[in-house]
Design a protein around this ligand. Structure first.
Ligand code: HPA
Length: 245
């Protein structure tokens, strides 16, 4: 079964048929919200709002372990994580859709593994390629069938937030090879891998990252919201096409 994790600007999935909510408890505490089960273009899916339905949970406060565990517990095998990002690479401009293929983690202090505690063996999962190759292709092909331009491949740099970055931090991320910057890609991707879930991300570029282009002098939240508002219909179209297959 497919799950969609919705990020900023995407706390609800319009058009979900026969929707019902399920409160799931996990050994790691409560997920961000009740899971929404429903049918998306005929196929059963599960939706989870990463920041809660009221968008009240900051990136560093999200219980990523509970979210991933809850999805696995209800039988999810594939996760498409919708994420809002800033664009660093010149072609990653506001309104672009991007399917990243790599990730650099700059977060700290987040509970980022299921393999800890006295009863757990030390386990080092392989995350050379953090996103599931087959699910990435499903996303890219769905976008192409819908006629939605989409960028195949980018390095997602995950910062701690909730503040945005300084221009110097973005310059450093660029030197590190990051093409996108967001705040929620990790530990979500690592935990999904630990839980044996196929995980891929559909990123929506909301703004040029700090110090770049129209963000040279600052980042405007109203502009970000306007971009997200204008883009979310396209995201929904692509997700419906992924669900259809
Ligand atoms: N930085 C980090 N996260 C973001 C940004 C950004 O510029 N835009 C949207 N999410």
């Amino acid at each position: 079964m497919l799950a969609i994790i919705g990020g900023s600007g995407f706390a609800r999935l319009a058009g979900l048929g026969n929707a019902r909510r399920e409160v799931v408890r996990t050994p790691y505490g409560d997920p961000s919200c009740a899971l929404t089960h429903g049918e998306f273009d005929g196929r059963p899916i599960v939706f989870l709002a990463r920041h809660g339905y009221g968008h009240t949970i900051a990136p560093h406060e999200i219980n990523y372990r509970a979210n991933v565990w809850a999805l696995r517990q209800v039988g999810v095998t594939q996760v498409v994580a919708v994420a809002t990002v800033g664009g660093i690479r010149p072609d990653c401009v506001a309104g672009c859709l991007v399917v990243p293929d790599q990730l650099v983690d700059y977060t700290w202090g987040r509970r980022h593994t299921f393999f800890e505690g006295a009863d757990q063996p030390v386990t080092h999962i392989d995350i050379t390629w953090p996103y599931d190759a087959a699910l990435r292709v499903q996303l890219l092909e769905a976008a192409r069938r819908c006629g939605e331009p989409i960028i195949d491949g980018a390095v997602y740099g995950c910062t701690q937030g909730p503040r945005l970055e300084t221009a110097a931090e973005i310059a450093r991320l660029a030197r590190d090879g990051c093409d996108l910057v967001g705040m929620t890609g990790m530990p979500e991707a690592g935990l999904a891998r630990e839980a044996h879930l196929a995980y891929a991300s559909l990123c929506v570029v909301a703004n040029r990252a700090a110090g770049l282009g129209e963000s040279r002098c600052g980042i405007s939240m109203p502009d970000i919201l306007a971009v997200l508002e204008a883009t979310m219909g396209r995201v929904r179209t692509v997700l419906a096409e992924v669900a259809r297959r």
